[in-house]
Design a protein around this ligand. Structure first.
Ligand code: ZN
Ligand code: ZN
Length: 355
């Protein structure tokens, strides 16, 4: 399998972002990304998808949309739509119809920032998902950097420090969102794909004569990314490569990465039995036994989670193996020390070993 790295969930000047689409592709190239998926609020920008830049700085631009119900108070129900190739905002008031429409158009739907805390000090509300009875969405945004900011910035001082030094605050997805993800898989008895979202806007704030860019795109693109496993190297033909990106996301052949402390390239979580090798996102039948293997790009602490519970932990390991005959939903997490704290580094999609 081949590996590529993308950033998804970001805003341009078409909504509340601070850059154009082509500027974002140039920043993405600088950050070493293979592609980006933009998601402006309630607008699908048509006709600009494609490859931008040349050679090593070639970047794919996919255009999605972040749809929400404008009339909902308090706000919520933000859904990321990728690949549907049509304007979806008219469906914003009916989450299930919206999800169905996206599916009908061969697109993917991810619940954005599923759980949020309000930023009360600034009058900023929580934009959590509200309609949990929905079915058939592709997955959830497991780690959203802006949700994390809201949760760890209760005071003016903490908000200022976190906004100016985002690397200091970034620790991992909200624990509640990880629990929610495991519970959703268990209750809906299906694959629910996790992705990492940068939710980048590059807010420009004026402090007297100074203009400060908060959460600049370049920083965001180097931090929370989604790594995808694709069946062959990118071809340079946009329609074909776009298809591989969407297929990998749909299948959950991907992991959520915090690439700032150390690159996560080369990470693998796989399962072997006498029928072959299966990767994250795959379903595998447990017959006799299954060997699960976590491979990290450098030594780190990691753990294996089965049906939402940690069943094994390893310290300072590059390879960790677990042999099992028990059906379940298995996923891997890795942690890494950075700026004086242990931080979430890698969150794999599960291998679904159902009997
Ligand atoms: Zn949102
Ligand atoms: Zn957003």
């Amino acid at each position: 399998m081949n590996e590529i790295k993308i950033a998804l969930h970001m805003h341009t000047r078409y909504s509340d972002g601070n850059a154009s689409h082509s500027e974002l592709t140039a920043i993405a190239a600088k950050a070493g990304l293979d592609g980006i998926i933009t998601t402006d609020h309630n607008i699908w920008v048509k006709g600009i998808e494609g490859y931008y830049g040349e050679g090593k700085s070639r970047v794919m631009l996919l255009v999605g949309e972040e749809v929400h119900d404008r009339t909902l108070e308090p706000p919520g129900n933000h859904l990321l739509a990728f690949g549907a190739q049509k304007e979806l905002s008219p469906f914003g008031r009916e989450p299930q119809r919206l999800i169905d429409q996206i599916k009908r158009n061969d697109g993917l739907s991810f619940i954005a920032h599923p759980i949020e805390d309000p930023l009360e000090r600034f009058g900023e509300k929580a934009f959590s998902w509200r309609n949990w009875d929905v079915q058939q969405f592709t997955g959830i945004e497991l780690w959203n950097q802006m949700s994390e900011f809201k949760s760890v910035s209760p005071t003016l001082l903490s908000a200022a420090i976190n906004a100016l030094f985002p690397a200091r605050m970034t620790l991992g997805p909200l624990e509640r969102t990880l629990i929610l993800w495991d519970e959703l898989i268990a209750s809906q008895k299906r694959k629910i794909v996790a992705v990492g979202g940068v939710d980048a806007h590059e807010l420009v704030k004026k402090f007297g004569p100074f203009r400060v860019k908060l959460y600049p795109y370049l920083h965001q693109f180097k931090s929370i990314t989604t790594h995808l496993l694709i069946p062959k190297p990118l071809t340079g033909s946009f329609p074909e490569d776009r298809r591989m990106v969407l297929d990998a996301l749909r299948a959950g052949h991907c992991w959520v990465a915090y690439d700032l402390p150390a690159r996560t390239d080369g990470f693998r979580f796989q399962a072997d039995n006498d029928e072959g090798t299966f990767m994250m996102g795959d379903r595998v039948f447990i017959k006799r036994g299954l060997t699960l293997q976590i491979r990290l790009p450098q030594k780190a602490n990691c753990r294996l989670i089965k049906d939402g519970k940690v069943i094994k932990q390893w310290e300072n390991r590059e390879v960790a193996t677990h042999i099992t005959t028990e059906p379940g939903v298995y996923r891997a997490e890795a942690l890494i020390p950075f700026k004086g704290k242990m931080r979430g580094w890698i969150f794999s999609n599960p291998i679904y070993a159902w009997a």
